[in-house]
Design a protein around this ligand. Structure first.
Ligand SMILES: Nc1ncnc2c1ncn2[C@@H]1O[C@H](COP(=O)(O)OP(=O)(O)O)[C@@H](O)[C@H]1O
Ligand SMILES: [Mg+2]
Length: 166
């Protein structure tokens, strides 16, 4: 990971829910072969909206429920294991043990985590950080690639291309 990649945060305005969904759809193909996304931001900011749209764009046909109570929902995503976590209700990473999170470490796993800060130490490292915040009636999103592959997803890495976000 190049240190400079961390500084390459893209900031985008998401004026309405449709914009959040469109961004998730645009990023989805980059995650099709696996990746870990941390979704940050307060309650009601759109983390589940983003995760749901991303999983649906990758072909998940079943209903994508919020894992608010279950902590973890599993999906089959075109032959890849998919995981959607919401750790709002846990007190610390120690509570993750019974969930059997070893599965999340597979490079081909598609892992979307709401409230990742509550699972610190028990989660695979993020490829991409998606931080949402309120901006009037809409939202602002900060996209920060952490891994080299994520920099390529956004088109900010040495290979460019990606989703052409820059
Ligand atoms: N860009 C946006 N602008 C305005 N409202 C949005 C936007 N993105 C999502 N929302 C709305 O935010 C609300 C809460 O979203 P949700 O995904 O449940 O939040 P979280 O998972 O962060 O608690 C939903 O009603 C959704 O329609
Ligand atoms: Mg949520």
């Amino acid at each position: 990971m190049a240190v400079s990649d961390r500084a390459r945060t893209l900031v985008l305005a998401l004026p309405d829910e449709a914009a959040t969904v469109a961004l998730a759809r645009r990023l989805a193909p980059a995650l099709a072969d696996g990746g870990v996304v941390y979704l940050r931001g307060e309650l009601g900011v759109g983390k589940t909206t983003f995760a749901r749209a991303l999983l649906r764009a990758l072909g998940v046909g079943e209903r994508v429920k919020s894992p608010t109570y279950t902590l973890l929902e599993r999906y089959h995503v075109n032959g890849h294991p998919g995981f959607h976590l919401d750790l709002y209700r846990i007190a610390g990473a120690g509570e993750l043990e019974w969930l059997g999170l070893d599965e999340l470490d597979a490079p081909e796993a598609i892992v979307l985590v709401e409230w990742p800060e509550r699972g610190a130490g028990g989660l695979p490292p993020a490829d991409l950080e998606v931080a949402l915040e309120h901006a009037g009636a809409g939202r602002t999103v900060h996209l920060t690639p952490v891994s080299t592959r994520a920099a390529d997803w956004l088109g900010t890495g040495p290979c460019g291309g990606g989703a052409g976000m820059n």
